[in-house]
Design a protein. Structure first.
Length: 367
């Protein structure tokens, strides 16, 4: 290990220890309140462009295993922890967290005051960079200048960067009941697993796939996936969804929720402090029940100018932001959070069954 620093865009400096080769990283600094699930978090493409701070003080104690990957690689730019466990203890573990991240070239900063950092992040958008501790004040000022010039996540189209470049078919379920096309804006593997478990044969397509191509596949439904970045700049996807509305059932999650909302005429905005964790309370207005759900987003749908034909179905009870919408004109609905969990509670997995029911109803109307 060597001494390292986190330098924020504001100029504040947090000192700790770098693991591995002492590489550097930069991005939006966020915090996640999950106690477990770090492997799923780090491999979730929605964390592209972000440095993840885990609020739980001891991370890595159960190691890494091949089954908990949410994509084929680590997408987070870096990891910040209070204490990194070097010796995992779990029957599923294949290697330590630190060793695995170093293999992927991901920077780890350990030993900083994560509580103080979280208080800073909660005050508003927080960009920063991780680097080796500067040798003198002149070197530190250079790092501060670099940090001051870091670009906001607002206006960045990360979805097209992480999307698959070629269409592919996910594993075929034993009993195929529906054909679904899934737009990949950063799709997680557990979403695909859950859809397959419900009898959906899923074809995953690039984020820029034209609506005409999707309709040519004659699917029973279209899924809009999670993903990173600013939804408002993924203009191609918004236009494609407009071309699908009213023609086929649509279900969206996270970035997919925002893209569907934009296609329906809503607006989105950057949250002062994003939602990242596995313990957020959500009100489902259809059942009047509260569910605990996983969240990972830095943008939200603006409720101040909802167009006619858009109804709020779910609400985040922490800050009252919109957590779900549905169209009253088309077979389309979406949620801001992650019903597939991975990591997190399974309270919201019923939303995938709602997608099944929507496709069944549409099939009956068409026959």
């Amino acid at each position: 290990m060597q001494e390292g620093v986190l330098v924020l865009k504001s100029g504040e400096v947090f000192e700790g220890w770098l693991h591995g080769t002492g590489g550097s990283s930069q991005g939006e600094v966020i915090f996640n309140t999950s106690m477990t699930g770090y492997q799923e978090i780090l491999t979730d493409p929605s964390y592209s462009g972000q440095i993840v701070t885990m609020t739980y003080p001891h991370i890595g104690n159960y190691g890494i295993n091949p089954e908990d990957m949410e994509s084929t690689k680590v997408h987070a730019q870096g990891l910040i922890v209070k204490e990194l466990s070097l010796v995992p203890s779990n029957w599923r573990s294949s290697k330590p967290l630190g060793e695995w991240l170093m293999e992927h070239g991901v920077t780890i900063l350990e030993g900083i005051d994560t509580r103080a950092l979280v208080k800073k992040i909660r005050k508003g958008e927080c960009n920063g960079l991780i680097a080796g501790k500067p040798e003198n004040s002149e070197a530190l000022e250079k790092l501060r200048k670099r940090a001051a010039n870091l670009q906001s996540m607002e206006g960045q189209n990360w979805a097209d960067q992480v999307s698959t470049k070629k269409a592919y078919d996910w594993e075929t379920p034993k009993d195929v009941k529906f054909q679904v096309v899934a737009y990949d804006f950063g799709i997680k593997h557990n979403i695909l697993r859950l859809m397959a478990n419900l009898g959906m044969q899923v074809r995953v397509v690039p984020s820029s796939t034209p609506a005409s191509f999707v309709l040519e596949q004659k699917p029973d439904g279209v899924f809009l996936s999670n993903g990173p970045g600013d939804p408002a700049v993924v203009q191609g996807a918004i236009e494609n969804v407009k071309g699908l509305l009213g023609k086929i059932p649509i279900f969206g999650i996270c970035l997919g929720h925002q893209i569907l909302s934009l296609a329906l005429g809503c607006r989105t905005y950057k949250l002062e402090c994003g939602h990242h964790g596995a313990n957020h309370p959500i009100m489902d207005y259809q059942t009047n029940k509260i569910e605990i759900a996983s969240h990972n987003h830095g943008f939200a749908v603006d409720e101040s100018n909802l167009p006619k034909g858009v109804r709020v179905t779910h609400r985040n009870l922490n800050d009252e932001t919109i957590a779900g919408i549905e169209s009253t004109d088309f077979s389309a609905y979406s949620v801001q959070y992650h019903p597939e969990a991975a990591p997190g509670p399974h309270d919201s997995q019923y939303l995938f069954q709602r997608f099944v029911e929507m496709m069944q109803s549409n099939r009956k109307r068409s026959t």
